[in-house]
Write a protein that binds this ligand. Structure first.
Ligand code: SAM
Length: 292
């Protein structure tokens, strides 16, 4: 076994990409998914795509881009491409300070306003949900906050991602130790059950989230997402260029209900991207509010 492994490692040489091939593939990826790959990360294409080229029996990146554009299996290949270009890093309760501010202020105030208006309903959108840890985290926060009141509420958490594989995993809802690296133990014990191969999310939390494969670069699909009180899009726009960021953030604005808010990742900013939101500072985070 050991010798077989080392043999295949030796045989699988990385395919070199020329500057011209890089630009062609980069532009194609940008056109389809809005993901912009900087030329400094050209080596990434070589490391991530070499095995795929070998599996397809293609000799170089020129042939691969041609395959993506013209082959009769091009729409299947697009799915493979999306798996290879996305970075799916995530975990439950990622960025605890932001989530505390979200729970103690934004969520609490939103629920209070809804109760006052006599509308026991709440819509949340997790855009770029990866394998589901983010929307399930929000569902757990909500369930714990509402407690016995939960059955009286109509909660809808719409979670979308470009990657089909991630959506399949999210729907399964079984997670290994890695997903819990930022999760307090008591939360894991309360909302997960140990099963073969990991921990399964409780059915009550699972039911609160609807997962769909969706491309944020496709404005028509975004219009199908129910109007939201809160949009989470954390650690996603970091992969987009300014034009794509503007487009996507504009769609979030249109989707949000008056008084709703957008939460982005702590290393992301809407500076120079959008002036229509009102940034509100909380300890550990900034929320972007839509006017009432
Ligand atoms: C780094 S993960 C962030 C996951 C989660 N939001 C978090 O903060 O933990 C980025 C996710 O964005 C998704 N993504 C990237 N481009 C996308 C696009 N055009 N449409 C939908 N999802 C996209 C990727 O597939 C990936 O799962």
């Amino acid at each position: 076994m050991g010798s077989l492994l080392s043999e295949s490692t030796i045989l699988r040489k990385s395919v070199r990409i020329t500057d011209e091939e890089f630009v062609q593939l980069r532009d194609f990826i940008y056109e389809k998914a809005g993901i912009f790959v900087d030329s400094k990360r050209k080596y990434l294409f070589e490391s991530r795509f070499s095995k795929r080229l070998a599996d397809l029996g293609l000799r170089n990146f020129t042939d691969y881009t041609r395959y993506l554009k013209f082959d009769k299996r091009k729409s299947d290949e697009l799915k493979h491409l999306f798996e290879l270009v996305t970075t799916n890093e995530t975990s439950f309760f990622r960025d605890m300070r932001q989530l505390e501010a979200f729970e103690n202020s934004i969520l609490r105030e939103t629920l209070k306003a809804q109760r006052k208006a006599g509308r026991l309903e709440l819509n949340i959108w997790s855009a770029g949900c990866s394998s589901g840890e983010e929307p399930y985290t929000v569902a757990i926060q909500l369930a714990d906050m509402l407690g016995l009141e939960l059955p009286r509420w109509k909660i809808s958490i719409t979670a979308v991602d470009l990657s089909e594989d991630m959506i399949v995993r999210a729907k399964e809802g079984v997670y290994t130790e890695y997903a819990f690296k930022t999760t307090p133990d008591d939360i894991r014990k309360k909302h997960f059950k140990e099963v073969e191969g990991g921990w399964r999310i409780s059915p009550a939390i699972r039911r609160m989230v609807t997962f769909t494969r969706m491309n944020l670069n496709d404005p028509l699909s975004l219009k199908r997402v129910p109007r939201s009180h809160i949009v989470f899009c954390r650690n996603v726009i970091i992969y987009f260029d300014d034009a794509m960021k503007k487009k996507v953030v504009g769609s979030f604005y249109d989707n949000l209900l008056p008084g709703g808010c957008l939460m982005i990742g702590h290393s992301e900013s809407l500076h120079k991207i959008s002036q229509v939101f009102k940034p509100v500072s909380y300890p550990g985070t900034i929320a972007y509010m839509k006017e009432k």
